[in-house]
Design a protein. Sequence first.
Length: 430
Amino acid sequence: MADGARGSGPVRKPPGHGPPRPAELRGVLRGPRPAEARIRPSAGMNARSPGVDLSSWRDEFPVLERKAYLISASLGPVSRRSRSYLDAYVDAWASKGAPDHVWFEDIFPTMRALKDRFATLAGCHPDELAITTNISIALSTIASCVDFSRRRKVILSELDFPTDGHVWLAQRSRGAEVEFLKSPDGLTIPLEEYERAIDEDTAIVMVNRVLYRSSALVDAKEVCRMAREAGALSIVDDYHGIGIVPLDLHDLGCDVYTAGVLKWLCGGPGLAFLYARRDLLPELEPAVTGWFATREPFSFDTQHLELHPTARRLEHGTPPAPVYPVALGGLEIISEAGVDRIRARQGELTDHVIARADEAGLPVRTPRARGERGGVVNVGVGPDAGSICHALLERNVCTDFRGDGLRISPHFFNTEADVDRCFEELRPLL
């Protein structure tokens, strides 16, 4: 999209200047627009962990002793470390009893550790992160901040994850007009579709960095730039990219980002992170809220609502604390293994999946070039994909399915032998 194509839109900034100030989000948010944020970025947010042998991690995941576990795009396996952290939490709960001790000595420190670890992984400041339970709640919280009286259009693609569409469709009662961009091939969404759709009536541009069915990568940075030039709010759903595709949120240039720990981060269900860039935070006044979003939650002041100055203002009620130690164990392992190395190893493994699918004469519904895909290979097996998937599970091969395709999703701890076992067990089922 050429500079200036949006008419009255702001001039595109040269590299290094980052996103615009909040005032350039023209009429999208309901909150006030103070001139300065109050958060200072910390040093060392993008540090890389030292080299490790990725195969050495197999012993950390007991399920690998029995199964060819190729389903991390749906549910990452639980690690020994996560199990030990959970046991320690339950022991603390059982032995300390008094809630003040458990909250202030165990739960709150774990929440801080989660934000610190995720901030390093994602390239942001911990104070730009809220912890919530899932992406549906995260998006609903942001949606409640949006004023649809002047700008009404919400743009996302028909290939985005269903909850993304459901949340924005629910905003139609508040004036939102939702437009789903069409895919020409069922695998990808061309950037030209975003360029065509984004205009001066656009309030929200939603983009998935990795598409869940095909695992195709989307140039989310470019989509966020288009949204920024039009004065719209950009939101990235990265559930299928976090932990396997390197990320620097400040470089990505989005306004809002959300991802959960269920899949590639091996952290189990019940926890998602919600990022909002620091100079946007004072504008965000959610109508979906709770006492943990306030400046002083333990003041127990029912009659006044003063939101926290950091991204904690996007949090809600009492958190599901037992999830946190499990999530922390997974986050630590992914950080120590290193996303760059995970990305390289996963490229080798997905190449092997594609090669075995080709040998079997099965169609591949995922981009073949490594640089154009995430961690899933969708292999067409026909209308009985569901029953085939369950039959594989009975043979201790874990995959999942969408439509008529098996989604095979090797992680860094998998081997070519796991993939071979999958296709050997698959052959008699076709």
